[in-house]
Design a protein around this ligand. Structure first.
Ligand SMILES: NC(=O)c1ccc[n+]([C@@H]2O[C@H](COP(=O)([O-])OP(=O)(O)OC[C@H]3O[C@@H](n4cnc5c(N)ncnc54)[C@H](O)[C@@H]3O)[C@@H](O)[C@H]2O)c1
Length: 432
């Protein structure tokens, strides 16, 4: 099929590359000239395992085109995926839909024959109706259909999640489109994904409901972890015991720092705002947001405690600063609030992250990036294991730190407390 993907960020790029890999011809469009230039040079602007290789292969086979030419891309394609960002408006916690609406206005100039317009961006319920109205103000109704097809991929596992999703949600009542899209997704459905058809509004809300529910699971276990720490119980046992109940399931019951990333923080806030718009108090989601905000300061205070409130000129090394492993995404990572707070207390911060240096810390003179773990840890007073990258899972701290009485705060429980004790390392885990 001939596909156009608008927006080449985490979702758009993965969508475009994976559909091309399935044999479709895909034109990926972005307004960011620099990004498109880079992609045409064979360089992928985001860190996502396996994506470079797949993109290069499809590009070479001429099934993948990167361009800023929206007119040509829309005219050429039968299916248009909208994958632009939908960030939070800071002042109101609502969703900034300007990118989605701009795309709607722009593509309506070029629709001359029937197009399926699929919104993959996460948009509040009823936004599809507004997009339809915008396009319909320029284009005859029978020349287009607006469908919601929310994306559930996880950064760091995006290709796997695209190829083997649990479900594909298609929000449209149009039977012909349901058939066309079943055909497009056929290779994925054949591998076991459930093709779930529903109304457009339901599809939009399913995305927010899913993210809010997963965020609730994380916050729930994080609060229980605080209790477990006080009583001396291992949260991992609680999570395992709970998870054995099939109604609960063990996934997303791992304690750690506050959830971050580009989705959960933004989508929980957006859901509450949508509730307000329709005069419904989504009090559970509201509490989850609060609990997660508290989590950031709770873990920072824990660092103060571990350091007996003596942080002045202490070297603190963060192993990982991204919100999770296998991504370079820093959006809403808890390190972004922890590090400035530690700096205020006089600490000297080093960080090492396999996805590279982060521009977010460039403004701080006392924050330095190290590409090498032993160098980052050498002579540190405290090592904070913030992100669960494989690179940090089997380090011999005694050999690399070379300082007496250094401490480790393992926010991901990557190491055995028993072994650390045996090796006489001052080790602090989480939720135990
Ligand atoms: N990142 C994730 O893990 C994830 C997962 C599921 C859903 N989502 C949702 O998918 C959407 C996209 O998220 P993302 O993380 O890929 O965003 P992103 O910020 O990484 O990428 C958005 C891209 O859209 C481009 N863009 C903006 N306006 C444009 C226009 N008019 N024409 C062409 N390109 C334009 C930007 O230049 C940018 O490259 C959001 O709604 C997000 O909530 C994200």
């Amino acid at each position: 099929m001939k596909i156009c993907v608008i927006g080449t960020g985490y979702v758009g790029l993965v969508t475009g590359v994976c559909f091309a890999d399935l044999g479709n011809t895909v034109r990926c469009v972005d307004t960011d000239v620099h990004k498109i230039k880079k992609l045409n040079y064979g360089s992928v602007p985001i860190f996502e395992p396996g994506l470079v290789e797949l993109a290069k292969k499809c590009y070479k086979d001429k099934r993948l085109i990167f361009t800023t030419d929206l007119k040509k891309s829309v005219s050429y394609s039968d299916i248009i995926f909208v994958c632009v960002g939908t960030p939070t408006v800071k002042e109101t916690n609502s969703v900034n839909l300007k990118y989605v609406f701009k795309v709607a206005r722009d593509i309506s100039k070029y629709i001359k024959k029937f197009k399926i317009i699929i919104i993959k961006s996460t948009i509040p319920v009823t936004t599809g109706d507004k997009v339809e109205k915008i396009i319909n103000s320029k284009v005859r109704r029978k020349l287009f259909e607006v469908v919601s097809n929310p994306e559930f991929l996880r950064e760091g596992e995006a290709i796997r999640d695209f190829k083997y999703p649990d479900r594909i949600i298609i929000g449209t009542e149009n039977k012909r489109i349901i058939k066309i899209l079943a055909n497009l997704y056929d290779p994925i459905i054949k591998k076991g994904a459930i093709y779930f058809k529903t109304s457009r509004r339901s599809a939009e809300l399913i995305k927010y409901a899913s993210n809010a529910f997963l965020a609730t699971k994380i916050s729930f276990i994080n609060e229980l972890a605080n209790l477990c720490e006080k009583i001396g119980i291992n949260t991992e046992d609680i999570a395992l015991g709970m998870g054995l109940d099939k109604r609960i399931g063990s996934r997303f019951l791992r304690t750690g720092p506050a959830y971050g990333g580009s989705c959960f923080p933004k989508d929980t806030k957006a859901l509450v705002t949508t509730g307000e718009k329709f005069k419904v108090n989504l009090s559970i989601v509201r509490s989850v947001i609060k609990s997660n905000d508290n989590r950031r300061s709770f873990l920072t205070k824990r660092i103060y405690e571990i350091m007996s409130n003596k942080l002045k000129n202490k070297i603190i090394t963060f192993l990982g600063v991204t919100f999770k492993a296998n991504t370079d995404d820093m959006r809403m990572s808890s390190s972004l609030s922890m590090i400035p707070n530690l700096l205020k207390k006089g600490a000297i911060i080093r960080y090492c992250d396999p996805s590279g240096k982060k521009k977010e810390f460039d403004k701080y003179s006392k924050v330095s990036f190290y590409s090498n773990v032993p160098k980052a840890c050498m002579k540190s007073d405290l090592i904070v294991i913030h992100t669960e990258w494989n690179e940090f899972k089997s380090l011999e701290f005694k050999k690399i730190v070379k300082k007496n009485n250094f401490k480790i705060y393992d926010m991901r429980n990557l190491y055995s407390s028993k072994l650390m004790k045996k090796n006489k390392i001052n080790y602090f885990s989480i939720g135990k």
